[in-house]
Design a binder for this molecule. Structure first.
Ligand SMILES: Nc1ncnc2c1ncn2[C@@H]1O[C@H](COP(=O)(O)OP(=O)(O)OP(=O)(O)O)[C@@H](O)[C@H]1O
Length: 254
């Protein structure tokens, strides 16, 4: 049987007194499109950093496609679009894409990368002269270069304008339709509703709900036509009879 794209087992990570990730188990099968949601400080970025081998977990294990994260990243099976990723100042977008292509054994063609990420029009512009939304698109181009099987996206559409967002999600849908795996975090819950086939909700470092969008609503006790925001608030805000977020993990169809 094929190893899952992601398997996090018993992950805990503290920063001083803060338990950023608290005994987290998460398995993502290949081909899934998963949204990671949670309030500010819920542990999304820390979970993603641990998943990519950028931050060591205090306890627990990480496997990507059945191998250590560093090996999967080095082999180009996994790529990420991170909020604070910087580029070499003075390089152009095209230079950055060519640099990324040179790192991997089976890169996509340059023109395809530029077009998919929506950066063709400013491919010859220096990366340190891009707007915030253009920088996000350049990060997307960089992540696509090695044709990774798993794309990890931390708040990818931050600062993108409406047209750029639409182009971005169209590209992600096409990428997923080819059997690739996508994990993204976002505060734009409609993006999760529109694009993800599974939503994982984190609160205080723990998974409080996990399932397709319809089941997230059902678990939150809101109607099928309710906004996902309503379900999210119900799941991540402590009720009067709880000490903290309950774990409401449910079976998914993957
Ligand atoms: N390097 C660090 N040093 C100290 N505390 C940290 C560090 N990184 C994260 N934290 C803390 O861990 C908790 C989880 O942070 P994290 O960035 O993972 O949350 P998040 O869900 O991504 O939040 P946001 O939606 O605001 O981006 C927060 O309380 C944060 O302050």
């Amino acid at each position: 049987m094929e190893a899952p794209a992601v398997r996090l087992s018993g992950i805990t990570r503290r920063f001083g007194a803060v338990r950023a990730v608290d005994d987290l188990d998460l398995t993502i099968e290949t081909g899934a499109v998963v949204a990671l949601l949670g309030p500010n400080g819920a542990g999304k970025s820390t979970t993603i950093s641990i998943m990519l081998g950028l931050v060591p977990p205090g306890t627990g294990t990480v496997a990507l496609f059945g191998e250590p994260a560093a090996d999967a990243v080095r082999a180009g099976r996994v790529a990420a679009m991170l909020q604070d990723a910087g580029f070499v100042p003075g390089a152009t977008v095209r230079d950055v894409v060519e640099l990324a292509r040179a790192l991997y054994p089976r890169p996509l063609g340059t023109d395809r990368i530029l077009a998919t990420a929506g950066v063709t029009d400013f491919a010859n512009r220096r990366v340190d002269r891009l707007s915030a939304g253009e920088t996000q698109r350049a990060r997307f181009a960089f992540a696509l270069a090695g044709d990774p099987r798993l794309l990890v996206l931390d708040e990818p559409t931050t600062a993108m304008d409406v047209a750029a967002r639409q182009q971005f999600w169209t590209a992600i849908r096409a990428y997923a339709a080819d059997g690739h795996t996508v994990l993204f975090s976002t505060h734009q819950l409609h993006e999760a509703d529109d694009v993800a086939d599974r939503i994982v909700v984190l609160a205080a470092g723990r998974i409080v709900a996990d399932g397709p969008p319809a089941r997230i609503r059902a678990m939150a006790g809101v109607g099928t036509s309710a906004r996902l925001d309503t379900a999210f608030l119900a799941l991540t805000t402590d009720g009067p009879d709880t000490d903290g977020p309950d774990t409401k993990t449910i079976e998914t169809e993957h």
